[in-house]
Design a protein around this ligand. Structure first.
Ligand code: ATP
Length: 584
């Protein structure tokens, strides 16, 4: 029950719906158990005693009761549903909020499909129990309790004998739950694995098709699908084994009732109406007890779902605003690193070792080095996507955690190698960081990013809606929209992470022109593999295995004989030389 206790904050505020729903359920149950009593009265007091003038009244009374039962069932059902729907509405919001604030560290290992299935199937599983399972459980207790009470009132000995097999039914249901709960947890896990596969496949469709791996992908999906099927078959097997057993136990008590009850009627110990009433009442006990399997099942499913939801809600939001953090409107952009070391994982090696540099406001810093040398890590620390293990990172003379995360990041514009565009209009994509931006500001950002002209050529201009991941635009066009988005927030620090590596030379030169315009008055970090992209930087840091191996301007770095930078330059220069030679 701990899972339910811990998720109480979501459903308890809506308890009003629940209690009203339960009140109507009480009335429904009350009417249900009155039915056999009326039956007994009709047989023993109306028919056997020949009071036939009472028949119309009994019939009308019966009809009124049934009509009321229908009305009460409607309210019980509707209010119960509202209870579940309102509770999971807040739960979904809380989960989504959590996803927004979970640190990058979490997403390094998170699987999209798995998270999607938690937010959909698991939330639904939890709702189902809130809406139906809970009420069913209460209905069970009430129906069984009232029916037993009436049975004992009419004939204690017949009630005792008839109910003798019920403990066996309870034990069987308990055994069933023990087996079915882990089976349902496995089903949920398997479902998450399958959705992850589908999501990855759709996201990576370009790669799948370009390498003709459709068959391979189908095989991989088939194994996930198979696993899901097997888990279901296993669970179905548990159901199939336990259900007939439960039914058998139920039928035994009916046989006992008919045998012993018939004997009592023949001996005149009870009236026939009592036996008829017992025959209805016993089903009000067996039915719900057998249904207990189904209720336990929804309970198990929702418990498993609730656990998976709590796993997300319990994740640490370890990068938070420090108490007293200030909100800055605009930073100047003086960035300094002092002996900063960072590792992503306890077990991993240091990704950055003792990094020290100072980037004065408005200057451009180039970061170059082999893949994995730590270039992106430096920029991620500036945005406080991760906290460094050691050392001090300051902006404008204050450690970066002195600023609220929101205001810090509002001052940093980032353009990545492959920027993500949302499937909304170009206008909305550009103003994503500043939704209130005026149209002139959006156009101005687009002009400065050299994107305005091609946007105007699109059928709906700035209102053109992009497909998922910016489909329908070329790589260079997407990149220019991403640049416009980064400058729309007018950041004082700009990070260009390999922003031009995926585009052709002509587009690159256009984007470079866009950058030169955009970089004015901002501290800019350019990560690049091509020397041409960062040769004009005020300082270039050459990274090697997480350390700064060399630093200086382009000209200074070229003077270092056998230096890393010189070597990269030679390779790129010689390439160009060879191409030019070939072209002659
Ligand atoms: N999210 C992460 N989790 C764990 N390790 C990481 C993560 N990001 C980077 N690393 C590791 O940190 C080191 C530095 O990576 P980083 O991305 O900073 O290199 P880079 O120089 O930007 O490389 P590239 O040019 O390929 O983008 C690498 O060894 C990398 O494997």
């Amino acid at each position: 029950m701990n899972t339910f206790k811990r998720l109480k904050e979501f459903y308890w505020p809506h308890k009003g719906y629940f209690f009203w729903s339960i009140l109507f359920l009480l009335l429904v149950t009350g009417i249900t158990v009155v039915y056999p009593v009326i039956l007994k009265f009709t047989i023993d007091n109306v028919i056997l005693e020949g009071n036939f003038e009472l028949v119309p009244y009994v019939a009308i009374g019966f009809f009124v009761l049934m009509a009321l039962k229908g009305l009460f069932t409607y309210f019980h059902q509707y209010l119960g549903d509202l209870f579940g729907i309102k509770a999971v509405y807040e739960l979904r919001d809380a989960l989504y909020r959590k996803l927004q604030f979970l640190p990058f560290r979490y997403y390094d290992n998170a699987r999209t499909g798995d998270l999607m299935s938690r937010l959909t199937a698991d939330v639904e599983g939890f709702r189902f129990f809130l809406s139906f399972g809970f009420a069913q459980l209460i209905n069970l207790v009430m129906l069984v309790g009232l029916s037993m009470g009436i049975m004992f009132y009419f004939s204690p000995s017949l009630a005792l004998l008839t109910l003798a097999s019920m403990p066996f039914l309870a034990v069987t249901v308990y055994q069933f739950d023990k087996k079915v709960h882990p089976a349902f947890t496995d089903i949920r896990k398997s479902f998450a694995g399958m959705t992850t596969k589908v999501q990855e496949n759709i996201s990576g469709m370009n790669t799948v098709k370009s390498l003709s791996k459709e068959d391979f992908e189908m095989g991989r999906f088939d194994s996930k699908n198979n696993d899901y099927k097997d888990k279901y078959v296993y669970t179905a097997n548990i159901w199939a084994k336990y259900f007939p057993l439960m039914e058998l136990i139920g039928q035994i008590s009916v046989v006992v009732l008919l045998g012993y009850g018939g004997f009592l009627v023949i001996n005149g110990a009870i009236q026939p109406g009592v036996l008829v009433a017992f025959f209805s009442l016993i089903w009000y006990i067996i039915g719900p007890l057998m249904n207990l399997g189904f209720i336990v099942n929804t309970f198990s499913q929702s418990k498993a779902s609730g656990e998976r939801l709590l796993q997300v809600l319990d994740e640490d939001e370890d990068i938070l605003d420090k108490p007293g953090a200030i909100t800055v409107d605009r930073l100047n952009g003086n960035v300094s690193f002092e002996n900063v070391s960072h590792r992503y994982d306890e077990e991993e090696e240091l990704a950055l070792k003792d990094i020290t540099f100072f980037a004065e406001s408005g200057k451009t810093i180039g970061l170059i080095g082999a893949t994995g040398s730590g270039k992106t890590s430096i920029t991620q620390l500036i945005s406080r996507f991760y906290e460094p293990d050691r050392g001090k990172i300051e902006i404008d003379g204050k450690t970066i955690d002195s600023f609220t995360i929101k205001s810090l990041r509002k001052n940093i514009g980032v353009v990545l190698q492959e920027s993500f565009l949302f499937s909304s209009s170009i206008k909305d994509n550009i103003s994503y960081g500043l939704p209130d931006a005026a149209m002139e500001d959006i156009e101005d950002a687009a002009k400065r990013a050299q994107a305005h002209d091609f946007i105007m050529e699109l059928p709906d201009g700035y209102d053109t809606v992009l497909g998922e991941r910016g489909m329908g635009l070329s790589g260079g066009q997407k990149q220019r929209i991403a640049i416009a988005r980064a400058i729309c927030i007018d950041p004082s620090i700009l990070i260009l992470d390999d922003a031009t590596s995926a585009v052709d030379m002509e587009t690159e030169s256009k984007i470079q022109a866009a950058f030169r315009e955009v970089m004015k008055g901002r501290t800019t970090f350019i990560i690049a593999h091509r020397i041409s992209s960062l040769m004009h930087a005020d300082e270039i840091l050459v990274l090697d295995d997480g350390t700064v191996a060399e630093r200086g301007t382009h000209d200074e770095l070229l003077t270092i004989e056998n230096g890393h930078y010189r070597r990269i330059y030679d390779i790129q220069f010689k390439d160009r030389h060879a191409v030019l030679q070939e072209a002659k």
